[in-house]
Design a protein around this ligand. Structure first.
Ligand code: SAM
Length: 237
């Protein structure tokens, strides 16, 4: 089993990420507005997790379909934010080509796969399901910001809110961020490729997605190398 199949589908995931529900009140409206599509647009929320950002997408008047791999997330989503949902793998979407006006990919949900080919496949699938002129909003962790943060942490373990222990390291090739967490008797490890700006843009271009704008915050601040979020608004050619 790969890390992303287990880590996100564990009940403790909701404990570790419990602050993300409150953050959604700011994050959701900001990101949903950056997608900048007209009301009535069909938007795929991929991956949707437990649906914390869906209300903000619906508030823009979008017709939302969510998709995720984790049964646990999908069950919570159905209970808390009922609506169209699909269980899916980001590498092979169960949607018709050209069916969507927008794809909304929030909170560092790209770079999970171990190979470049699989990560590229995810973008190719996003491009395939978008109609020409459709928009992908890709919200990534800003590599510069997190490299700086990592330099001060130096791979040490630290306690998070008295709840769990965490350490973050770079992979040997320097491309991936490895986050270990220990909560109770459970151990988790996220292993995520956090691309440079040039790598992200090259991958989007290779998928036929042209970056029209890049932002450095959920509120739409201009992109900068040290921004915590790197958010790309890319249009299907
Ligand atoms: C960090 S969460 C973000 C979820 C949502 N975008 C949000 O902001 O709340 C990442 C999500 O990706 C899902 N996921 C991980 N690997 C996946 C895959 N191969 N296919 C589909 N979903 C996947 C996880 O189950 C999890 O819900």
């Amino acid at each position: 089993m790969q890390w992303f199949e287990r880590d996100f589908d564990h009940p403790l995931y909701f404990e570790i990420y419990k602050d993300k529900d409150a953050e959604a009140a700011v994050e959701g409206p900001g990101l949903a507005a950056l997608l900048a599509l007209p009301p009535g647009s069909r938007v795929l929320d991929l991956p949707c997790g437990w649906g914390r950002l869906r209300p903000a997408l619906e508030a823009q008047g979008y017709e939302v379909v969510g998709g995720d791999l984790s049964p646990l997330n999908l069950a919570r989503h159905a209970a808390e934010h009922p609506g169209a949902l699909a269980r899916l793998d980001l590498r092979a979407l169960p949607f018709r080509s050209g069916c969507a006006d927008g794809v909304f990919c929030a909170y560092t949900s790209w770079g999970y796969f171990p190979t470049d080919a699989e990560n590229q496949r995810q973008l190719a699938e996003f491009a395939r399901v978008l109609r020409p002129g459709g928009v992908l909003l890709l919200d990534l962790a800003g590599r510069g910001f997190f490299l700086r943060a990592l330099a001060t942490l130096d791979g040490d373990w630290y306690e998070v809110e008295g709840q769990y222990r965490e350490r973050v390291r770079l992979s040997q090739d320097g491309r991936r961020f490895l986050t270990d967490r220990i909560m109770g008797d459970q151990r988790f490890q996220h292993d995520i490729w956090i691309p440079t700006d040039a790598e992200a843009r090259a991958a989007l271009a290779a998928a036929g997605l042209e970056v029209e704008e890049a932002f450095g915050s959920w509120q739409g601040a201009p992109w900068n190398p040290w921004a915590e979020r790197w958010i790309y608004r890319a249009v299907k050619q």
